[in-house]
Design a protein around this ligand. Structure first.
Ligand code: FES
Ligand code: FES
Length: 214
């Protein structure tokens, strides 16, 4: 009688062997069997938050980990605010909160109960542009436009910061209010990155709005 070659192992035998080895590996060391129960699935905690966005009251119930950026884009469909790095490094997500510019990717939405948030959609409309929006168009302050909503929100806030006497690192004398010079504006806009390199045109747009254009 002929015996099968050791290599002629059927698929059924291989599968049975695999199942056995999986079963063995599931037995705890020491041989004792025990029932390990998976932890129960829990929903992430949510919280209600109410704020004013572009002049309108909004109320949301959000996963507490939701950033303001994601709340604006994904929950309120205000996609003008852009997600670049999601790590506070590019400025594409800049919005105004109570008139102050912030990176909306670095703050949780539920921290903004009662705040007034302004996005690029709230600064102006196509038929009624904010002066900074109009100046960006006039001076070609953008190419692809991805960074532009953040640049414009930041630029609006920068001019307010200069007016309010907020000092900067390039200000020679912090005992006197800074002027909206090219150097001042470039320093204060340094957190807004433009991969297209529209910086000179952005500075020209800002100078026009600041009334310092030569
Ligand atoms: S997306 Fe917020 S800083 Fe880049
Ligand atoms: S216009 Fe393209 S990244 Fe600024």
């Amino acid at each position: 009688m002929s015996h099968p070659s050791p290599l002629a192992v059927s698929r059924r035998v291989v599968l049975a062997g695999s199942a056995a080895s999986v079963g063995l590996s599931a037995v705890p060391i020491g041989g004792a069997s025990q029932n390990v129960e998976a932890p129960p699935l829990t929903m992430p905690p949510t919280m209600p938050v109410s704020m004013e966005v572009n002049g309108k009251p909004v109320s949301l119930t959000l996963d507490t980990r939701t950033t303001l950026l994601d709340a604006l884009r994904d929950h309120l469909k205000l996609t003008g605010t852009k997600k670049g790095c999601d790590h506070g490094q590019c400025g594409a997500c800049t919005v105004l909160v109570d008139g102050v510019r912030i990176n909306s990717c670095l703050t949780l939405a539920v921290m903004h109960e009662g705040d007034k948030v302004t996005t690029i959609e709230g600064l102006g409309t196509p038929s009624d542009l904010h002066p900074m929006q109009a100046a960006f168009i006039k001076h070609d302050g953008y190419q692809c436009g991805y960074c532009t909503p953040g640049q414009i929100c930041s630029a609006v806030a920068v001019l307010e910061e200069i007016k309010a006497g907020v000092p900067s690192h390039v200000q020679a004398d912090i005992t006197h209010a800074a002027k909206a010079t090219n150097m001042e504006m470039r320093e204060r806009m340094s957190g807004n990155i433009c991969r297209c390199g529209a910086y000179s045109n952005i500075a020209e747009a800002m100078a026009e709005v600041a009334g310092t254009a030569s």
